[in-house]
Design a protein around this ligand. Structure first.
Ligand code: UDP
Length: 379
């Protein structure tokens, strides 16, 4: 069988691309190294029947109508707005840090004073980055910034990334703002919901198309090779396109150096209680080795006896040792290395890197899908 194109990786970007291209009439070979599809969004029922996200909490949110319309062809939705609490000095306070967090940690008088200052300086309801707060002119607000930086960001970031916050692109910490108001939602996108039967079911439906042939447990290395601007499939020169969603440094055998990634490990435990904690995710920014605990029933809305939680531990990542890359590490050094790989990729006319790993961008699910949409459109 000849394929018009090969898509490497059946994760969020790969499945989306495969479907979009199949609907344009192409026949595609979709290669997936793991036993399952859906990438890090993979979910399944554990042995107690609780739907869990095996690679950590995935909360869907988007501002894109076309993405909602596209996905709604493959799933119904369970409405859910993500809420996170942070364990700070023994209190569980809302994150992003907002007026309610202030009131939980400061005296009523001091909290009110700081709320007035925040709203005065940035505008009622503003979502500002911790960096902005640290640089503000008002001394008391700068002190507050220092406090939030220490209690919420510094140690969490050091654990999560194994680096000082300054070594990362400022955008990383800016993902979680400080709010000059009471909107404690983690995301503000107009559409926030969970696929009602889970992500795996959604992506299964998405790639169920006569134009798509999925091969699981098949690394691209077993089928494809790349040499001097030419692509080979099963040893023969391949004239079709390759949409590549795996790490680009691995594709080029790390010839320009290894791109840094971070990995995670999870400790799942099932408890004979209805609920373990008051929110889907509780962050532990300080002493603990883990960064957060997720209780899946909060976001999936599943009604089932007992509950399953996952402790999340950041880990170093070596692709050579077979670790799973979860996060690119945005920063100047990694951007320089990535640029070299990107130029190498451009020397292959029919090779298209797409998605969080191949583009080395800290995409959320909706952004990875947008990347797939624009890639398919440009094509
Ligand atoms: N962050 C933090 N403390 C928190 C939550 C987030 O320092 O309580 C920082 C940390 O560097 C983290 C980044 O903000 O990696 C982005 O957080 P987000 O919750 O978006 O991470 P993800 O869910 O993608 O792992």
């Amino acid at each position: 069988m000849t394929f018009d194109a090969v898509v490497v990786g059946a994760g969020v970007a790969g499945c989306t691309l495969a479907r979009l291209l199949a609907e344009k009439g192409q026949s595609l070979l979709l290669l997936e190294k793991r036993r399952h599809i859906a990438g890090q969004a993979y979910d399944e029922k554990d042995e107690h029947g609780v739907l869990v996200h095996r690679y950590g909490p995935h909360l869907f949110h988007t501002a894109s109508r076309r993405i909602v319309e596209f996905l709604s062809r493959f799933t119904r939705w369970h409405p859910y707005e993500h809420r996170v609490l942070g364990s700070i000095d023994g209190c569980l306070v809302p994150l992003p840090f907002n007026f309610d967090s202030l009131e939980a940690l400061f005296s009523p008088k001091e909290a009110l004073h700081l709320e007035e200052k925040l709203a005065g300086a940035f505008g009622e309801g503003a979502r500002i980055s911790i960096w902005e707060l640290l640089q503000t002119e008002d001394e008391r607000l700068r002190e507050l910034g220092g406090y939030i930086y220490e209690k919420v960001f510094y140690h969490y970031t050091a654990k999560q990334w194994g680096r000082e916050p300054e070594e990362l692109s400022p955008d990383v910490l800016s993902r979680v703002p400080v709010v000059a108001g009471r909107d404690g939602r983690y995301f503000t996108d107009p559409f926030q919901a969970m696929p009602d039967e889970g992500y795996t079911a959604l992506f299964n439906k998405m790639i169920c198309h006569p134009g798509i042939s999925l091969e699981r447990e098949t690394s691209w290395k077993e089928r494809l090779s790349f040499s001097q601007g030419q692509i080979f499939l099963d040893g023969k020169r391949y004239p079709g396109d390759v949409w590549f969603t795996a790490p680009l440094d691995e594709l080029f055998d790390f010839c320009c150096g290894e791109l840094p990634y971070r990995s995670l490990s999870f400790d799942f435990s099932h408890l004979p209680v209805d609920r373990f904690q008051p929110a889907c995710t509780v962050n532990y920014p300080n002493k603990e080795e883990f960064t957060r605990i997720t209780e899946f029933k909060h976001c999936t809305g599943q009604e089932v006896p007992g509950t399953t939680i996952a402790y999340e531990y950041p880990r170093p990542c070596s692709l050579a040792k077979g670790d799973i890359p979860y996060y690119p590490v945005p920063g100047e050094e990694s951007a320089r290395i990535y640029e070299k790989y990107s130029r190498l990729a451009e020397s292959y006319k029919s090779l298209f890197p797409v998605g969080r790993l191949a583009e080395y961008k800290y995409y959320n699910m909706s952004q990875a899908m947008e990347a797939a949409f624009s890639a398919a459109e440009k094509y």
